[in-house]
Design a protein around this ligand. Structure first.
Ligand SMILES: Cc1ncc(COP(=O)(O)O)c(C=O)c1O
Length: 421
């Protein structure tokens, strides 16, 4: 583990030695009224815009201007197979085979589509396990699926709780639950990285334990994709979904990702909600009534995809593919470790970090719990040109993003935070 030092000079040294330092200049930073760039530590909510986005989007706008409907087949990057341009890169990003991934819809829509296929409750096995502080959309989706199948969330929804004096959930407690109640659990559906605490779950271990008991396993990777190294295929995860506007910098509301493990992806017998874009590409335009799903995750597509957001996402994914997740993660551990180290220099202050200390159990985000008047502290930090976010009831989330944040960003943030405490 790196020995950190206090002082601005050390932040400068770290930036000078940073192999990813040049990537900062590839992103647009919002500016303060003074014209100075903000300290942007909010890439876990909305990633910054790569400067290359406009050229990618402009290309499609020009082709639309010049070609109209003919762009579907004759644009420089024809629109009918446009989403396929993202397949290989997406597969590399999440550790999947190309057949197992597709970029489509938005996260919650994909979660519903996946639960239609992978939540198959029976009277004996109808429970779904989520985190007690799961993102509300996941909770709503899960509860509504339970009701849709005529089961009762008060009996079929299990919420994993941290131990009474702890803030994150222990893997051994998940395993104990599976051991105890696994035979009645249909689906384990957790966030890869919890949005509130920043805990990175041990996905491989959880998948293994759940499978031993015959449960399906899905992960919401909204806070994990582009943040941590994923090996979804190897881990045997049944399905996963993620959005692309956080660490993946696809832009607000951008198209989401979906993973269906190979063992299910070619199973055309699986119950699913269908749409024409999931139909066999060879015969799609014959417009026949019988649905014939594409073999692979693409077979879950519903509609022809929105090209402009996909173009923006391509700009960002090209950067990810150039850098690769292992290098991003190496810097991320250092950057987040440095943030933690600087915060720890102020033990008397009224905040504490609730994110796990072990770098293997967290990504880029640290969640800082504030004792009293936390919102006021958050507001005074932001009035000094820091962009981070506040989550009720008492947490400031801070995410130094390795692709564009510097060690100096982290240093300055802590100076502002501590001096406003
Ligand atoms: C963990 C998590 N899950 C689900 C969602 C909902 O995503 P969407 O609005 O794209 O469906 C979010 C949004 O921030 C999230 O953070």
């Amino acid at each position: 583990m790196k020995q950190f030092r206090t002082g601005k000079l050390f932040a400068k040294e770290l930036d000078e030695a940073d192999p990813l330092g040049e990537y900062r200049s590839k992103f647009h930073f919002p500016k303060k009224e003074s014209g100075q760039e903000v300290i942007y530590l909010c890439g876990n909510s909305l990633g910054l815009q790569p400067k290359s986005v406009s050229a990618y989007v402009e290309q499609e706008l020009k082709d639309w201007q010049a070609l109209g409907v003919k762009g579907h087949l004759h644009a420089r990057n024809p629109w009918v197979p446009y989403h396929e341009l993202l397949t290989e890169q997406t597969a590399r990003l999440v550790g999947a085979k190309p057949l197992e991934v597709v970029v489509m819809n938005t996260l919650t829509v994909n979660l519903h589509l996946m639960m239609v296929s992978f939540y198959r409750p029976t009277p004996e096995r109808n429970k779904i396990v989520i985190e007690s502080n799961a993102f509300p959309s996941d909770r709503y989706a899960v509860e509504s699926q339970i009701r849709f199948q005529d089961y009762d969330p008060s009996r079929s929804l299990i919420e994993l709780q941290p131990r009474s004096d702890e803030t994150t959930i222990r893997t051994e407690d998940i395993e104990a639950l599976l051991e105890r109640e696994g035979n009645s659990i249909a689906l384990v559906m957790l966030g890869g990285v919890n949005y509130y605490t920043g805990q990175l779950f041990e996905m491989e271990r959880i998948t293994l334990s759940a499978h031993k008991k015959g449960c399906m396993v899905g992960f919401d990777l909204a806070h994990a994709a582009g943040n941590v190294v994923l090996q979804l295929h190897e881990w045997g995860v049944d399905f996963a979904i993620w959005c692309s506007y956080k660490y993946l910098n696809g832009g607000p509301g951008c198209v989401a990702g979906c993973f269906v493990h190979e063992k299910h992806a070619t199973n055309t017998e699986l119950r699913r909600f269908a749409g024409w874009w999931g139909h066999n590409k060879e015969t799609r335009f014959l417009m026949e009534p019988q649905f014939d799903p594409i073999l692979g995750a693409e077979g879950w597509q519903l509609s022809n995809p929105p090209i402009l957001p996909l173009a923006a996402l391509r700009a960002s994914m090209d950067i990810f593919d150039e850098v690769r997740m292992d290098k991003i993660r190496t810097k991320s551990e250092l950057l987040t470790g440095y943030l933690e180290f600087l915060l720890e220099q102020h033990p008397g202050k009224r905040f504490c970090v609730i994110t796990p200390k072990d770098p293997k159990q967290r990504g880029a985000q640290l969640s800082i719990r504030v004792d009293r008047k936390g919102k006021a502290l958050y507001e005074s930090i932001t009035s000094h040109g820091v962009v981070c976010d506040w989550r009720e009831p008492d947490v400031i989330r801070v995410a130094p993003v390795p692709l564009y944040n510097s060690f100096m960003d982290v240093f300055e943030f802590v100076e502002i935070c501590v001096s406003n405490c």
